[in-house]
Design a protein around this ligand. Structure first.
Ligand code: IGP
Length: 261
């Protein structure tokens, strides 16, 4: 059985190939140059983590495991609510086929606030880095399970070139070890298994102990209430990525404040 990640990557490779064919790299680089400068993503997390819970609040309309998460989906309104509630950064899903995301959601969300923004998508080609910068992204995600080491390094180099931060996502000790061959020291641990969608917080606890001390460590997925974050903090984890639990709330600003305020 091919797992969901393999199927997503297959879709993504076809999508990126089609986009590349219509957009010359020089044009893309020029569009990236015209963007407002990157907002420091990791720096914002580090500053906040020193004094409290640093939250990357995710703008996510739907997911392959849950289907539609929020009907009255409004990226700029959600961005403002997240910032007002005390989020440190945003994450915006731009993958369309599997998460019902869009590039325009990221641009609109970023324009509506002053927070640094992560483009939550599946990177398979260095070409996607200037593309991400051109739509406004301040940081990209690299999923260790998705790519081999040389392609990861190539995409990371392109991100460094664009002055963007890279969130490197791992889900086991082996991937953490491989991640240390990269330059980025911003490490996310996905508590959700992409094969069966089960969530296990122990995953974060285990890997946080193994991560070198110079890493900014982010726990991702399945976090719901303040107590989840407090437990993580007892294990030395102070940065969190939360999507669904906030997107399901009527009052997103109040829910964000309850989580990290
Ligand atoms: O909605 P949750 O359970 O709070 O999870 C958010 C985030 O961690 C999840 O969306 C995610 C983590 N890694 C990813 C990679 C691709 C797409 C999505 C993700």
């Amino acid at each position: 059985m091919t797992d969901i990640l393999d199927r997503i990557l297959e879709t993504k490779r076809a999508e990126v190939a089609a986009r590349k064919a219509t957009m010359p790299l020089a044009e893309l680089d020029a569009a990236a140059e015209r963007q407002s400068p990157p907002r420091g993503f990791r720096a914002a997390l580090d500053a906040r983590a020193a004094i409290g819970h640093a939250l990357i609040a995710e703008i996510k309309k739907a997911s392959p495991s849950k289907g539609l998460i929020r009907a009255d989906f409004d990226p700029p309104a959600h961005a403002r609510a997240y910032q007002a509630g005390g989020a440190t950064c945003l994450s915006v899903l731009t993958d369309e086929p599997w998460f019902q995301g869009a590039d325009s959601y990221l641009t609109a969300a970023r324009d509506a606030c002053t927070l640094p923004v992560l483009r939550k998508d599946f990177m398979v080609d260095p070409w996607q880095v200037p593309e991400s910068r051109a739509i406004g992204a301040d940081a990209i995600l690299l999923i260790m399970a998705a790519l081999d080491d040389s392609l990861l390094a190539e995409i990371e180099a392109s991100a460094i070139d664009c002055n963007m931060d890279v969130l490197v996502e791992v889900h086991d000790a082996r991937e953490l070890e491989r991640a240390m061959k990269l330059k980025s020291r911003l490490i996310g641990v996905n508590n959700r298994n992409l094969r069966d969608f089960t969530v296990d917080f122990e995953n974060s606890y285990r890997l946080a102990d193994k991560a070198p001390k110079d890493c900014t460590f982010v726990a991702e997925s399945g976090l719901t209430i303040r107590a989840d974050l407090d437990h993580m903090a007892e294990h030395g984890i102070h940065c969190f990525l939360v999507g669904e639990a906030l997107m399901r709330q009527h009052d997103i600003e109040a829910a964000t404040r309850a989580l990290v305020g």
